[in-house]
Design a binder for this molecule. Structure first.
Ligand SMILES: Cc1cc2nc3c(=O)[nH]c(=O)nc-3n(C[C@H](O)[C@H](O)[C@H](O)COP(=O)(O)OP(=O)(O)OC[C@H]3O[C@@H](n4cnc5c(N)ncnc54)[C@H](O)[C@@H]3O)c2cc1C
Length: 490
């Protein structure tokens, strides 16, 4: 007979993350035309198996071997080499092979390509150790070049960013934040000196540059004599390395020590005459980078969603394995209700996120009507801020669902909470996005439009309230709009 001392708890395990996700499967069945079902379902099923096994192992390897910067060679030469783990490299290859970027730009499933791609990202992200971050910026950069780049940039960069061949595939950084600010980039002090027709050299320091091992980056800088403030900023394309694989006049000072996202290299660096090409016209930097941010904010929402799903999958599994007071946790009504309530939060986030993804797909295929374009613009900051905050809440509760084990590092569970915190900071903080939404409301009369769309919900009358014109109420308004829109989605 076993004694209590022989007891060892079985830990949580993942199943094929597509097979076990009825909510995703039902959504896809009801929202993607039947002609695409077989191909998409087969692909996602393969990916769900990888996410639960090989990719999760690579992600664990990447987390266990964070990037390392070596600034000098043994002989004192400045080399600024960033070493990344095998796991990270494998995840990059997998992203290319599975078409994580390509699907969105090939548009073989027309406006549903974005839904397909985001479903794929949702499965990939929680097993990617945040390789989803370079992917977000890569997708955003590809879109910016597709919209505003010339033939040279299409051949030089776009084709690589959207390639399915791991040998040709490039990722991109997006370097906006300087020491003076990330939300407010008006203090950007990087200078672009003219060096030939549409050619420049950049000088300045960037304070947060994630995915520093990417081949290219889009960045903001001020041409000489440009006006102060945001209006003087332009958008630039640069390549990190020259044809000999040496850094293109870039000094990497250090990699940041972060609360989470530890497999992702995030550096502080200085451009010391880095060759660059302007995208768009001088002074159009903020306008041109907007197309990148629209994409990265949708990515953030989908990654937060995938993160919540992963936390809940583990918590549900554990609840069927762990006993307390003589029965499995799942059989305790209060524990079950706790998880079920989190499940509802997840499902509401899912509805809102994929509602926005669908709008994005339509807009990129040129079939969105005026109302849909306004909704996409207005709901992009809303979905980002809403899903990010809910992800932190769900991750925190999910950890508690493991009791003490949730707090212990080698279970891998604390990472869920540490990583969740980033979703509400990068790509725009909650306040900054709430104010962005308010700005759209003022320009595009979004609130009357929303009140009209949501008129079956009596609460929508609140949207006529004058208090929403006050910026101090912007955050409250943003969450109200998110809740109302979610309730209107069938
Ligand atoms: C892990 C990580 C990786 C990153 N990678 C990159 C990268 O690759 N490229 C890049 O460009 N940046 C990157 N960032 C930077 C990130 O985008 C910025 O930190 C973020 O945008 C916030 O900017 P800030 O740090 O200047 O904060 P601040 O703007 O100083 O904000 C501080 C606080 O003030 C609030 N606030 C600011 N303005 C207002 C206002 N008008 N009204 C009310 N409240 C306000 C904010 O909500 C926040 O709570 C990264 C950050 C992290 C954490």
């Amino acid at each position: 007979m076993n004694t209590m001392n022989d007891f060892y708890q079985n830990g949580p395990e993942l199943q094929n993350t597509f097979d076990s996700d009825m909510f995703l499967k039902n959504y896809l069945k009801n929202n993607i035309p039947a002609e695409y079902h077989q191909q998409i379902f087969e692909h996602l099923q393969k990916v769900g198996a990888l996410a639960a096994t090989t990719w999760a192992q690579w992600a664990a390897e990447a987390e266990a071997h964070p990037p390392k910067l070596t600034t000098f060679s043994p002989w004192g030469k400045r080399i600024d080499q960033i070493e990344i783990s095998n796991g990270w490299k494998q995840l990059e290859k997998a992203a290319a092979t599975e078409g994580l970027i390509a699907i969105a730009f090939e548009r073989k499933q027309k406006e549903f390509s974005r839904v397909y791609q985001m479903a794929l990202l949702y499965l990939f992200a929680p097993s990617s150790a945040f390789f989803s971050c370079p992917l977000a910026m890569t997708d955003g950069a590809a879109r910016a070049i597709e919209l505003d780049g010339d033939e040279n940039l299409i051949t030089r960069a776009f084709k690589k960013l959207t390639s399915r061949d791991p040998e040709k595939f490039w990722t991109s950084g997006q370097w906006m934040t300087e020491r003076t600010g990330g939300s407010d980039v008006s203090g950007t002090s990087t200078i672009a000196k003219a060096a030939g027709e549409n050619r420049f050299t950049l000088e300045g320091t960037k304070w947060f540059t994630s995915a520093t091992t990417s081949q290219m980056a889009l960045t903001l800088a001020r041409t000489e004599n440009a006006e102060a403030g945001s209006r003087g900023l332009s958008l630039f394309y640069l390549e990190l390395r020259d044809e000999n694989n040496n850094l293109n006049n870039i000094e990497v000072h250090r990699l940041k020590e972060k609360l989470g996202t530890i497999a992702l290299p995030t550096a502080e660096l200085t451009l010391t005459g880095t060759p660059a090409i302007m995208i768009g016209k001088p002074g159009e930097g903020i306008k041109r980078i907007a197309s990148v941010l629209n994409i990265t904010r949708v990515y953030n929402s989908i990654c937060a969603l995938g993160h919540m799903r992963r936390a809940l999958d583990l918590a549900w599994d554990f609840a069927q394995k762990r006993k307390a007071f003589g029965q499995f946790l799942i059989d305790h009504p209060l524990h079950k209700k706790t998880l079920s309530d989190l499940e509802v939060i997840f499902q509401r986030c899912f509805k809102l996120s994929f509602f926005v993804v669908k709008l994005l797909g339509k807009e990129e295929c040129g079939i969105a009507n005026e109302q849909e374009k306004i909704l996409l613009r207005a709901l992009t900051p809303i979905v980002k801020l809403y899903t990010a905050k809910k992800c932190i809440l769900v991750s925190s509760e999910a950890i508690e669902a493991f009791g003490g084990a949730g707090y212990i590092e080698d279970t891998g569970l604390p990472r869920l909470l540490r990583d969740a915190q980033v979703f509400s900071i990068w790509e725009g903080t909650t306040n900054v996005l709430a104010l962005d939404f308010l700005k759209v409301c003022q320009k595009e009369s979004v609130l009357p439009l929303l009140a009209e769309i949501l008129k079956s919900n009596p609460q929508s009358l609140q949207l006529q309230d004058k208090k929403w014109q006050e910026s101090e109420n912007a955050r409250e308004l943003a969450f109200l709009v998110a809740e109302l829109v979610i309730e209107s989605i069938t």
